[in-house]
Ligand binder design. Structure first.
Ligand code: CMC
Length: 439
């Protein structure tokens, strides 16, 4: 048990009775700083010979963590104890990165030093150019990202020793710093434009926008409204405790795999439409709906238990209230649309209409299905000029710092073990092998 876990242990127990044998087992109860109590089932198999069963981990805490706290019922999200709304209003993405990685907000000098470190790690090894050129031009940018991030371990050998704290930190800085370059180059490759190199005189968000949207033949002026919105989007996606991709990173890392390989695994997990792929799915869904008069028809499909269709960008495993990230993004979406003067864009108008109707519909109200962060990020990113295929890439870019902070926390936790769930076996048992000519 780690020292934190010892502090978290209470003198409380829950008692479980196996009625087939009449035996009872006392399971220790642990308290976090806030949030539900946790029953410690570690001795359960040893003491009872039984496993616990929890597909989808709906009742299982997989680790101790002091990085991010979510209260899904109240719609609260905090990083290192700071509310997401405050971070969005007063902070910037670089400061949030430092906070997630180090646990505290930096002072002015430390912040400057951190920004300089990130800035000076933003270039990619020049030979990585060749790796991009091996992909088909029509490859999905997420596919390129998985490949390139995984390949970083073939280029940065001096930061793959997970047992060396300094190498762990260098790998963390490299991943945060290089992700915008990797993401922008995936886009540039897909449209056949030259790769744009990072610029040290720009902020993290500005630099990403220039690598995405500038070309070598003319000057590019960053729109400050867009840069501010980009920075907010990065903050809002920076971490979200033990979701599917973060758990993937932790599980991959628990075997001792290097950080670049672990983050590539996290990107793969994020890609799915139930997770980070949802913002792309929102826009595809709006395209499929086509016009506002079809919204009722699609709402009926979403409500029909026989139909697989779900309203993308609605609902969340943890939030049974408004996703606080969605609230912040909702107001930014309106600002960006106003600033760009594109309020009349048909798809965006339809999204607003869909949001209004769904929020009043009994099915969604009763199941507490609110718009989630992906609903608004899809709208805002489209307005900013990002192609739909880049939406999940942006999520991965921003989430990298959360993944790496969680990976570091796991490596540095003395109670860390390789992740190895058990199962309820329901297959055949001990069959006699039948030779091929007798089957
Ligand atoms: N549209 C229609 N019905 C829904 C939806 C939806 N988007 N989401 C949930 N439901 C219904 C579901 O059919 C079920 O109804 P019933 O109780 O009658 O069977 C009930 O609501 C509970 O759903 P669930 O599948 O048990 O909930 P879950 O916690 O397993 O799923 C979810 C969470 C996010 C996967 C799901 O809400 C969903 O598929 N949403 C659409 C995809 C999406 O927007 N994903 C982004 C999540 S936020 C970003 C992130 O963290 O990655």
């Amino acid at each position: 048990m780690s020292s934190d876990a010892k502090e978290a242990a209470t003198n409380e127990y829950v008692t479980m009775t196996d009625h087939s044998t009449g035996k009872s087992y006392d399971l220790p109860v642990m308290n976090g700083t806030v949030g539900p109590k946790v029953v410690d089932v570690r001795p359960f198999y040893r003491d009872t010979g039984m496993f616990t069963y929890d597909p989808g981990f709906t009742s299982t805490g997989s680790c101790e963590s002091s990085i991010t706290y979510i209260d899904g019922e109240a719609g609260i999200l905090m990083h290192r104890g700071y509310r997401i709304e405050d971070l969005c209003e007063h902070s910037d993405f670089m400061e949030v990165c430092y906070l997630l990685l180090n646990g505290e907000l930096p002072d002015a000098a430390t912040k400057k030093e951190f920004e300089t470190t990130i800035t000076y790690h933003s270039m990619l090894h020049e030979q990585l150019n060749n790796l991009y050129r091996g992909f088909r031009r029509d490859a999905h940018p997420m596919a390129i990202m998985v490949g390139v991030v995984g390949a970083l371990s073939a280029f940065y050998h001096d930061s793959t020793d997970i047992n060396d704290p300094e190498q762990r930190m260098i790998a963390s800085h490299r991943l945060v710093a290089k992700m915008p370059t990797i993401a922008a180059w995936a886009y540039k490759y897909s449209i056949g434009q030259p790769f744009m190199y990072p610029r040290n005189d720009m902020s993290y968000a500005e630099n990403f926008l220039q690598m995405m949207f500038s070309v070598p033949c003319e000057d590019y002026v960053v729109n400050s409204v867009l840069a501010a919105a980009m920075d907010k989007i990065f903050i809002l996606h920076a971490d979200h405790e033990q979701n599917a991709s973060t758990s993937t990173v932790r599980l991959a890392g628990s075997s001792g795999a290097n950080p670049f390989a672990c983050i590539a695994a996290g990107i793969s997990s994020l890609w799915g439409p139930s997770h980070g792929g949802a913002n792309e799915a929102v826009l595809n869904m709006l395209g499929e709906i086509g016009s506002a008069d079809k919204i009722p028809e699609y709402l009926e499909k979403a409500k029909d238990p026989q139909d697989n269709f779900r309203l993308m960008g609605f609902g969340h495993r943890v939030y049974k209230n408004y996703d606080p990230r969605a609230k912040v993004l909702q107001s930014h979406a309106h600002n960006v649309l106003d600033a760009l003067g594109i309020r009349d864009e048909p798809l965006l108008k339809m999204a607003m209409e869909l949001e209004k109707i769904a929020l009043e519909d009994d099915y969604f109200v009763q199941r507490k299905l609110f718009p989630n962060v992906d609903f608004y990020s899809g709208i805002i990113l489209r307005a900013m000029g990002f192609p739909v295929s880049m939406f999940t890439v942006l999520f991965a870019l921003a989430r990298t710092v959360g993944w790496i902070a969680q990976w570091k926390e796991m490596i540095e936790d003395p109670s860390q073990k390789i992740g190895r769930p058990r199962q309820l076996y329901t297959g055949e048992y001990d069959r006699e092998y039948v030779p091929l000519d007798k089957r």
